[in-house]
Write a protein that binds this ligand. Structure first.
Ligand code: FEO
Length: 164
């Protein structure tokens, strides 16, 4: 059974993961309209992943005797400044999520909830991967700079679901 404190923290995280899914979705739509098909495909895939992150938490909360709450979601921005800006804000968002996950892990220890602590390790590992991916993308975009041919290849590579 989860304590009310842990249940509330997990439900707050559900809302954050679901909002991340919305933000990725808005970015995907923007990229698609710009003709950046591969980047759009990558962002659509990530939107689905964030929804899965939220769902996994919801199922866990209910499994442990809590009640998972479906959150109200805000409207993410429609327009983006550019592709570099998109990936900068992705990295910033993922760093923030890592901090939130760490806070929950910390709360689990304080509450002596070792079961949830164990469950959260999946998210700890996932965040390492998410941050790494965002940094790699930014490094590549930095290398590409204003080279349109480079952006074309970057976009084409991302069309492959195995790429990221
Ligand atoms: Fe669910 Fe990208 O963190």
């Amino acid at each position: 059974m989860v304590s009310k404190k842990v249940e509330n923290a997990l439900n707050a995280q559900v809302a954050k993961e679901a909002m991340s899914s919305q933000v990725y979705l808005a970015m995907a739509s923007w990229a698609e309209v710009q003709g950046l098909e591969g980047i759009a495909a990558f962002l659509y895939r990530h939107s689905d992943e964030e929804r899965m992150h939220a769902l996994k938490l919801m199922r866990y909360i209910n499994e442990r005797g809590g009640h998972a709450v479906v959150p109200a979601l805000g409207k993410p921005p429609k327009e983006m400044k550019g592709i570099m800006d998109v990936f900068k804000s992705i990295l910033q968002q993922e760093v923030e999520v890592s901090g939130e996950i760490n806070d929950i892990v910390d709360l689990c220890l304080k509450e002596k909830d070792y079961t949830t602590h164990n469950f959260m390790q999946w998210y700890v590992a996932e965040q390492i991967e998410e941050e790494r991916l965002a940094r790699t993308m930014l490094d590549k975009l930095n290398l590409i700079g204003n080279d349109k041919g480079g952006l074309y290849l970057f976009d084409r590579d991302l069309n492959n679901p195995g790429s990221a």
